[in-house]
Write a protein that binds this ligand. Structure first.
Ligand SMILES: [Fe+2]
Ligand SMILES: [Fe+2]
Length: 437
């Protein structure tokens, strides 16, 4: 009996020791230390709450000793001297996370010149970040590219960072980066967000991002389904997105649109208030002066998982995408890659309710599901898709130029997996040109 108790105690001790030490015997650096804010700005992120041609929103984090925070901004020059930057004071917000207290600072700089390279830094007047560049959009249609990521979500520091960096190396001049939800796994865990900021690091301070929330930005692990879903407490402090006549307060900074050089980008929230968004979707599609329309939200219209279909969402939103011939719909959630395309009129099986064509040449909308993190699901119903792939971390680069949209999906090692082109013709649906085998 005594021997047994001693064995249990020894086991317990070794277990606790293993928690704090890795195999080499070195004490593990805890997430409290790793993600502790300091007076020096970190998690610097560019987003837009208004026109990308004339405004720029900036957010960052410090510890709570920083009571006042500022931005210095000027038109960039090649010498770095005689900048004479303008100084603006940011809004400062106290934030209590699960492991620390922080101040989040945010500001929207207005009246900027279109198509202009700016230099800026953030700080408290003593402790400044380095200077970063950003470029405002043109005020008229011009070619540009952007990067699109499906769910990062799991093992973000370990396995997502390399995907982000590969994408950046492939498209270093991308105008912005679009995240289609499930950026993190546990929405209110500061270390999850800390990991998410590590891969992009300074890139988020120089290339703006658009994000739409996934279910993991809503669900709390232990409280799943027990309380009304609420967006991650980190969402609004660290991103600044537009607020545009949304039908429900809860959709603040999750449902919005931004016009960028001839393309309307629409973020919808597939997690809550799906019906309430219908009139809003109609209004932003109806009054859309742009040639192109790209819609993003987390849950797919066409799911490659038998048990993951979203028939309600498809019934509610797809008729609007059809009516207004949305060009491209970018989703996540299913942790595989799937992309619709012309299957030569074959009536293919859709999940799980009967048969229909996921790609309709009379409409032309292309639906994409992708994944950038390492968590993978299997596809169980893929025959509605032109391209379908499992077990692969991916990033996508999309280039829009006049009447052409070129879409490329690369795997984490930079191999091109999927490529197609959409071509606009007057008063006709888009022509879909397949470029990969
Ligand atoms: Fe996910
Ligand atoms: Fe998800």
């Amino acid at each position: 009996m005594f021997k047994f108790a001693r064995a249990v105690l020894l086991g317990l001790f070794l277990g606790l020791y293993a928690l704090a030490h890795d195999n080499s015997g070195i004490v593990k650096y805890s997430s409290v230390e790793m993600y502790e804010p300091t007076p020096m700005p970190d998690r610097i992120v560019l987003t837009w709450e208004d026109n990308p041609a004339t405004t720029q929103s900036i957010t960052w984090r410090t510890d709570t000793s920083v009571k006042k925070a500022f931005v210095q901004i000027a038109v960039a020059n090649a010498s770095g001297r005689d900048l004479n930057p303008d100084l603006f004071e940011a809004k400062t917000l106290f934030f209590q996370s699960d492991i620390n207290q922080a101040h989040y600072h945010s500001i929207t700089i207005r009246s900027l010149n279109p198509n202009t390279l700016y230099v800026y830094r953030v700080g408290d007047g003593v402790n400044w970040s380095e200077y970063f560049h950003f470029k405002t959009a043109s005020s008229y249609p011009e070619p540009f590219s952007f990067i699109y990521f499906g769910d990062a979500q799991n093992e973000v520091r370990t396995h997502w960072s390399r995907v982000f960096r590969e994408a950046f190396r492939d498209a270093p001049r991308a105008s912005f980066i679009l995240h289609a939800g499930d950026l993190v796994d546990i929405k209110d865990m500061d270390s999850n967000w800390g990991e998410w900021h590590e891969g992009p690091d300074w890139v988020n301070a120089t290339i703006p991002l658009l994000a739409t929330p996934g279910n993991h930005e809503y669900v709390k692990y232990s409280e799943a389904k027990r309380t009304a879903p609420e967006i991650s407490a980190h969402w609004q402090p660290q991103f600044v997105f537009p607020i545009q006549n949304i039908p429900d307060e809860r959709l603040k900074e999750t449902v919005y649109y931004l016009d960028y050089q001839g393309v309307r980008f629409i973020s919808l929230d597939s997690n809550i208030a799906q019906e309430e968004q219908v009139p809003w979707i109609r209004s932003v599609l109806e009054k859309n002066p742009n040639k192109w329309t790209v819609v993003t939200f987390h849950h797919p219209i066409y799911s490659p998982g038998t048990d993951r279909d979203n028939p309600h969402l498809r019934k509610l939103w797809k008729p609007l995408f059809d009516e207004f011939k949305v060009d491209l719909v970018l989703n996540g959630h299913d942790h595989v890659y799937s992309r619709t395309g012309d299957l030569a009129g074959a009536k293919v099986e859709n999940v799980p309710n009967g048969y229909q064509q996921a790609y309709d040449p009379d409409v032309g909308t292309v639906y994409v599901v992708s994944v950038s993190g390492p968590k993978m699901y299997e596809f169980t119903k893929g025959n509605y898709a032109k391209k379908i792939l499992e077990d692969t971390q991916l990033y996508q680069i999309i280039k829009i130029s006049g009447n052409d949209l070129r879409f490329q999906a690369f795997d984490a090692t930079g191999n091109l997996y999927d490529e197609f082109k959409l071509k606009k013709h007057k008063n006709k649906p888009n022509q879909l040109i397949e470029l990969s085998k």
